[in-house]
Design a protein around this ligand. Structure first.
Ligand code: KG4
Ligand code: ZN
Length: 368
């Protein structure tokens, strides 16, 4: 007898940082098809402040969330009654934006009589390589963005292990703060990379915190401070700016490449023996870092997979995918529970507020 294939259609909503995003995804027999994918970035709103301002982010999400969902539904050409479920990021993230996304999703779910499920943002990132890519489990994931910096072993759906992470700043944040110190604007990563191309990476001796310590934890706060000190003590002309950017970038690259080599050495590829190493997040756009990670992967006999940047950075497709995959899995989840089986209440108790105010924990420091 021929097996009937089952299709799930899910609306995903992402509002945890500075992107308001909505996407409709169809999952048929484990294969994901992205039907629509709308991402509205708030870069312009935050640029004058050289960083993401939580209050501005929350207000922008409130203004755009419903319109973004409407655009995604319009692009998909379907009605709410045709959805099987609605998912929104429940954290970690900036609390104002998270609330906007959750309430938007819950309101739609209630009005349409559809199930709603809260999705962990980091689970979305962990599964994002599977968005239209051939990336079977298990794989090693290095997530490097403005809010995250961590190694995750992704063995299967709901089977994730954090192997190491930054103990202070995220790596993208270090790029942004270096750019701020040097007056290069926001976001800092692309500007620092551009200047680094013409600079001498050996010109400034910058620290590589935790580089020679065992384990996969990383640290970037000391490096950022060292850049600020070097800039203050130097007569910074254009050449010296280029040199400092190059010296900073090579220090970050050394840290990520050294820890990636350790992570790959320890990673068990399972039965098929193929070591897959995925790099995701905004910093994955950096060509020097990507080339170094490619070398490390080759030396370890691994395959480096870099998903399209659109799905490396914050997006709603990965949130819809996490929801669709969890629903397609045997033992359907009850609404209000996450794929780890914890209730919303348990998760809220476990996770601190992640407002990015001075001294507050970073989104990537929340438990996963
Ligand atoms: O993933 P993403 O778009 O947003 C989140 O932070 O979640 O990542 C943005 C971060 C910013 O810190 C930005 O400076 C950094 O990624 N970035 C880069 C590059 N392009 C973006 N860092 C280094 N080199 C780049 N080319
Ligand atoms: Zn993210």
């Amino acid at each position: 007898m021929q097996r009937m294939s089952k299709t799930l259609t899910v609306l995903g909503i992402e509002t945890s940082c500075d992107e308001t995003a909505a996407a409709v995804l169809r999952l048929t027999d484990g294969r994901a098809e992205l039907v629509s994918d709308v991402i509205r970035t708030q870069l312009k709103e935050h640029a004058p402040y050289l960083g993401v301002v939580p209050e501005i982010a929350a207000r922008a999400h409130a203004e755009l969330a419903d319109l973004t969902v409407k655009a995604a539904m319009h692009d998909a050409g379907i009605s709410y009654s045709e959805l099987d479920g609605i998912a929104a990021t429940s954290g970690p993230g900036l609390i104002g934006g998270v609330l906007v996304g959750m309430m938007t999703g819950k309101a739609i779910a209630q009005a349409a009589g559809k199930p709603f499920i809260a999705v962990n943002h980091l689970e979305g990132h962990a599964l994002s390589p599977r968005l239209g890519n051939d990336c079977p489990f298990p794989y090693l994931l290095l997530l490097v963005s403005g809010g995250h910096c961590q190694f995750l072993e992704v063995r299967g759906l709901g089977d994730y292990r954090r192997l190491g992470s930054t103990i202070d700043d995220a790596v993208g944040e270090a790029f942004d703060k270096t750019a701020k110190t040097l007056g290069l604007g926001f976001p800092g990563g692309p500007a620092v990379e551009r200047l680094a191309e013409g600079g001498n990476p050996a010109a400034f001796a910058l620290p590589r915190p935790l580089l020679n310590r065992p384990g996969l934890d990383m640290s970037f706060a000391g490096l950022k401070t060292a850049v600020a000190r070097a800039a203050a003590e130097d007569t910074m002309n254009d050449d010296r700016m280029r040199d400092l950017c190059a010296s900073f970038q090579i220090a970050v690259t050394d840290i990520l490449a050294t820890k990636a080599a350790l992570a790959l050495e320890a990673f068990d590829p399972g039965e098929d023996g193929t070591k897959r190493f995925v790099v995701a997040g905004g910093v994955a756009a950096n060509k020097a870092i990507r080339a170094a990670l490619d070398d490390v992967a080759k030396a370890a006999g691994a395959r480096l997979i870099a998903p399209p940047l659109r799905h490396c950075t914050d997006n709603a497709a990965m949130i819809a995918l996490a929801r669709a995959l969890s629903k397609a899995r045997p033992g359907t989840l009850a609404p209000g529970r996450d794929p780890a089986g914890r209730s919303m209440k348990q998760r809220q108790n476990q996770r601190p507020s992640t407002e990015r105010a001075a001294g507050a924990p970073r989104p990537d420091q929340a438990a996963f």
